[in-house]
Design a protein around this ligand. Structure first.
Ligand SMILES: Nc1ncnc2c1ncn2[C@@H]1O[C@H](COP(=O)(O)OP(=O)(O)OP(=O)(O)O)[C@@H](O)[C@H]1O
Ligand SMILES: [Mg+2]
Length: 286
């Protein structure tokens, strides 16, 4: 029953190097994890660690140079163009900046109906579905006639979520979906992601640099460091008592309101940074 929805096995992504003799850049190095139906797997790591690259590899937007991606039992590491198009019904994406995913010239209603064209939905059905989608993300029905610029950042992200849901996907790649929002809006949008998962059973690959956000959202968590997973397992275990010094440092970077505790954390963080630097040096020398 707990068959994975997606299995990522020894995934490698190498971007071509620039210039004649440049070597390819290995952005993702032998990454393995899986996502079960209806589960949220958090992917956390600092800037440049390869989080977006992994998400893009699942969507067929980054060059897979090794390993396999298995989705519902099918190898999707190198699908045909036709198959890739079909897969977008099942695997959707929500980005940090909804401006990049919403066409500013289309009303929200038109943006939400667009993905349905592949399904040859009738106009009436599409209208009903738009109302249903807006309701799911708690936007008023008259939002359909308005344009993206007429909404706040948080509302626009709700529209982007509605759009991702339009074709009933089984997996949504959420790449820093709340990072551009202020804290209270962030909390409401995270709540919305959870509600939608309860209602629809959709699975998320939830990407964030913020360990606190990932902790709140994820059943299991993978910690990425320089393109490799350094820690992987139960979300609470990884985020509250991490074993790897890098994860410990990430945990200490989550802000705390108490200044004395903050000071202590800062000292701990600096100490861990020294240990990490020494380890990196030793690894480099070996
Ligand atoms: N199209 C590309 N061509 C070449 N290198 C790339 C490309 N996209 C990303 N990279 C490199 O791959 C590495 C991983 O980038 P990626 O965007 O996956 O990181 P990230 O963890 O999502 O970072 P952030 O938190 O800043 O979004 C970086 O060193 C980046 O410079
Ligand atoms: Mg990124």
């Amino acid at each position: 029953m707990n068959q994975p929805l997606l299995t990522v096995d020894a995934l490698e992504v190498a971007y071509p190097g620039r210039g004649l003799r440049a070597l390819p850049f290995r952005a993702v190095k032998g990454v393995s994890f899986d996502i079960r139906p209806g589960e949220t797997v958090g992917l956390v790591g600092e800037s440049g660690s390869g989080k977006t690259t992994i998400g893009r590899a699942l969507l067929g937007l980054a060059p897979v140079s090794g390993g396999t991606l298995t989705f519902k039992g099918e190898d999707i590491s190198h699908p045909t163009k036709q198959r890739r198009r079909e897969l977008t019904r099942d695997i959707q994406v929500v980005y940090q900046d909804p401006y990049s995913s919403l066409n500013p010239a289309l009303t929200i209603g038109a943006s939400l109906t667009e993905p349905m064209i592949v399904r040859k939905t009738s106009k009436k059905e599409a209208g009903a579905r738009v109302r249903e989608l807006l309701d799911m993300v708690a936007l008023p029905a008259d939002a359909a006639d308005r344009y993206p610029r007429e909404f706040s950042g948080g509302q626009r992200q709700r529209v982007a979520i509605a759009r991702a849901l339009a074709l009933d996907p089984t997996l949504i790649v959420c790449d820093e979906p709340v990072s551009a929002l202020d804290l209270s809006t962030q909390a409401r949008v995270l709540e919305l992601f959870l509600e939608i998962q309860e209602r629809t059973g959709v699975a998320y690959l939830f990407i964030s640099h913020d360990l606190a956000v990932v902790r709140e959202m994820s059943h299991r968590v993978a910690v990425l460091y320089h393109g490799e997973i350094v820690e992987w397992g139960d979300g609470d275990a990884v985020t509250s008592a991490p074993e790897h010094p890098y994860t410990q440092r990430l945990l200490l970077a989550s802000p705390v309101p108490d200044p004395a505790a903050q000071e202590q954390r800062r000292a701990d963080r600096l100490r861990l940074k020294d240990i990490q630097a020494q380890q990196d040096l030793q690894a480099g020398a070996a």
